[in-house]
Design a binder for this molecule. Structure first.
Ligand SMILES: Cc1cc2nc3c(=O)[nH]c(=O)nc-3n(C[C@H](O)[C@H](O)[C@H](O)COP(=O)(O)O)c2cc1C
Length: 731
């Protein structure tokens, strides 16, 4: 079944049952306290469970004038019903002495109230039905939730792998759903079972023992303490024992043990009748224990926490749904009259906003543009230019609005010639970066009358800058002057900070330079975060990876482009000049706290964030840095940092690959096979490999790592990526 159907079912069941589930969960949390508080009463006597029934009865019989019954409850508390001074009384006893320990626990009014509300909403049968139905829906919500998490994580094997954090509600909904899955499923299944039992859909079969009174013997007489059953049965097995009503031999002991019920001749000790509890009764008993937590503090706590998760999951689930930008599209021009068609593959809705902006600008340029979802691919009679903008989900799969695209393209072959362009939205935090965009490109390339304008253009982490880069290339090809505005939801809401330039370092022979900046106010970045700089009013933002040198000083490494607006703006900043910029959290690229062995791989300016991470390595954990550049000279810019770090033990070793230094070209990826023992050890020992630099280098490096992983570790590289052992920030 496709993701959208699972998601729709998950949401629908949640909406229908939310009110009842909320009531059941709040009362459930209260009721989870009851068995805990009962169990904590001091009526349990250590070692009593090993007493035999014979010993227990003897201890009680000597203490009281007449005993009517003895019980042992799920908490292990033993109670006796006795006659004292002609009056019936029932209380907890010490099975070793028969002494009274205390009165029976009475249900507190709060627990009584919560029980009634929990079981029937004070609506009798109607309420019981509603709660039972809500429990059934909770089973369906759990199942659809399991499927959705598996899809999100890229398969059932990855179900418990770390979750990539997108936003608060999405992340916590998945994380807490996984924690509470087992107790919630147990509560839901047992809840449904108990409801079916209550409505007699499951017949509650009871033991019905028959006694053959004609064959009851009065001889040989035995003391009850010598009855085999009493001697061999430990107290731990007992549920209830009723004494014979009179001394006539026709009256007998009625004994309910954990697994069976039997009648015992009071004179000879012979078993008169015996029967195992029917399976329904055993199941009902288990269902009650599992649903209420009776008798176990630990399980009651697990159930209480599971119940507590329901309101949290309801709120975060609805937040995920309502915060999702809507994917409804209204069009001025129909699909058959438009020359431009833009198709969107989205799940969270952000990609649609980028597409909407492009669509808007095309309309403003006087073009007939039609915007639709990828699943609406059909024959577009006048289409000349197709743009597909798509996200990727799961393990490189289609987003919800693009699930049917590939089939549809194969089915609907366009009659007229058209060119197409595919923009992939994705995140390098996931194993298969923009995979679905590549598949989209291939299927379009293979379809009739199509011409690919360029290879797939990828956009990492919804970067508006990258998207505008693609747009300027594409619009030039179209001969259109298009300038995009940043979609509202994408605009960073973080306040800007002011930085003072402390120094600028550059090399005459190279086009890269370093800026050291002092943070005068505002946020406190971590190495690996990004600095968003807007070089001029109305210009696009540019992002630079931050290396943090100390509490208020950062370093950014910049490549200067001849006509680059931002790189030249930064280049002309003099010492003490002020710079206003926004720090963007890039949590997927922070130094791993618990990694004991880390490898950094960078090319060119990609070394920037690593200089900060190395500087901060005061624990001196093992760090190996691989760096690639064209020539040796480029290193001079970073020489001091690296040499000092090596001397101070903050950097274990530094290995370089200079592509133009010698006749044969050496790139960082070539060093991986050479140093495979180190890379394999890092992966095996839960270390981390961090990659920063160009996307082209990232691809090559991942390919090398994939080969090592397949060949020597027998695992797909995604296994390590999902465990956050591979972190990337490439551009
Ligand atoms: C559960 C989940 C799985 C993802 N899987 C991938 C993936 O395999 N490859 C990738 O490049 N991006 C992946 N992404 C990132 C999204 O493609 C990216 O955030 C995209 O911008 C989301 O666009 P949308 O809001 O329009 O759906 C994933 C995101 C989520 C939430």
């Amino acid at each position: 079944m496709i993701v959208s159907v699972w998601r729709f079912s998950h949401l629908l069941f949640a909406i229908i049952s939310s009110l009842f589930l909320l009531i059941a969960s709040v009362t459930g949390v209260i009721l989870a306290v009851e068995p805990i508080s009962n169990k904590m009463e001091s009526y349990s006597i250590s070692g009593a469970d090993e007493l035999s029934l014979a010993e227990t009865l003897e201890n009680i019989n000597t203490k009281y004038e007449e005993v009517l019954a003895v019980k042992r409850d799920r908490n292990g508390f033993v109670s006796a019903t006795v006659i004292i001074d002609g009056n019936n009384d029932e209380f907890y006893i010490d099975p070793f002495t028969g002494d009274k320990l205390g009165n029976l626990i009475q249900k507190k009014p709060l627990f009584q109230f919560a029980t009634n509300l929990h079981r029937s909403l004070f609506l009798k049968s109607t309420g019981r039905f509603l709660i039972g139905f809500a429990s059934f829906l909770l089973i369906l919500i759990s199942i659809s939730g399991i499927v959705l998490i598996a899809k999100r994580q890229g398969g059932y094997k990855q179900f418990f792998a770390p979750v990539v954090r997108e936003n608060f509600s999405q992340y916590n909904h998945v994380v807490y759903a996984r924690f509470s899955l087992i107790p919630l499923l147990v509560l839901a299944i047992t809840g449904v079972y108990l409801s079916l039992l209550r409505f007699d859909v499951i017949p509650d079969s009871q033991v019905s023992l028959q006694v053959d009174f004609d064959s009851i013997q009065e001889e040989p007489f035995k003391e009850y303490t010598e009855f085999d059953l009493f001697e061999t049965t430990p107290l731990s097995e007992l549920r209830e024992l009723e004494y014979p009503f009179s001394e006539f031999v026709e009256d007998y002991y009625i004994i309910r043990l954990k697994d069976k019920e039997l009648y015992l001749n009071q004179v000879t000790g012979d078993i008169l009748a015996e029967e195992k509890h029917p399976i329904v009764q055993v199941m009902s008993s288990w269902a009650t224990v599992l649903h209420t937590g009776e008798g176990s503090i630990l399980w009651s706590m697990v159930l209480g926490l599971g119940s507590l998760a329901i309101p949290f999951l309801t709120v975060t689930g609805f937040m995920v749904y309502f915060k999702r930008p809507k994917t409804k599209v209204a069009n001025e021009y129909s699909k058959n009259e438009s020359e431009y068609v833009i198709l969107v593959g989205t799940e969270g809705g952000t990609t649609l906003q980028f597409a909407q902006e492009l669509h808007k600008q095309l309309l403003l340029s006087g073009k007939k543009s039609h915007l639709a979802l990828m699943n609406q691919y059909s024959l577009f009679k006048k289409m000349e230019h197709l743009v597909v903008i798509t996200a990727t989900y799961g393990q490189g799969e289609a987003p919800a609005s693009g699930e049917k695209f590939i089939q549809l393209v194969k089915k609907n072959q366009q009659k007229q010639a058209f060119d197409f362009s595919v923009v992939g939205f994705g995140s390098t935090a996931y194993p298969n970066f923009c995979q679905f965009a590549y598949e989209t490109h291939e299927v379009l390339k293979a379809s009739n009358n199509s011409t690919a304008l360029e290879e797939v253009f990828t956009v990492n982490d919804q970067s508006f800058e990258s998207f505008t880069n693609w747009c300027s290339i594409w619009s030039k090809q179209m001969g259109l002057p298009i300038k995009l505005k940043k979609p509202k939801l994408i605009t960073s809401s973080k306040p800007a900070s002011t930085f003072k330039v402390i120094y600028k370092a550059e090399l005459p022979e190279d086009d890269t330079f370093l800026l050291s900046l002092k943070n005068l106010n505002g946020s406190k970045p971590v190495s690996g975060d990004l600095l968003s700089v807007v070089p001029a009013e109305g210009a696009r933002e540019r992002l630079y990876s931050i290396g943090k040198l100390n509490s208020d000083t950062l370093l950014i490494s910049i490549r200067r482009h001849e006509k680059g607006l931002c790189s030249n703006y930064l280049y002309q900043l003099k010492q003490d000049a002020k710079l206003t910029a926004i720090v963007v959290n890039n949590r997927n690229f922070h130094f791993p706290k618990h990694s004991r062995k880390t490898v950094f791989i960078a090319t060119g300016t990609g070394i920037g964030p690593f200089l900060g991470m190395i500087q901060e390595n005061i624990k001196r954990t093992e760090i190996h840095l691989y760096w690639g550049a064209k020539t040796k000279d480029a290193f001079n810019l970073y020489k001091d940092y690296i040499e000092t770090a090596l001397q101070e033990g903050k950097l274990t070793d530094f290995k370089t690959a200079y592509s133009r230094q010698q006749s044969e070209k050496i790139y960082v990826q070539h060093l991986i096979e050479r140093d495979k023992d180190l890379f394999l050890e890092v992966l095996k020992k839960k270390g981390c490999i961090m990659i920063c630099g160009s996307i082209a280098m990232q691809k090559e490096v991942l390919q090398e790592l994939q080969q090592l992983s397949n060949k020597y570790l027998n695992k797909d590289l995604s296994y390590y990526q999902n465990r956050k052992q591979i972190k990337m920030d490439c551009y």
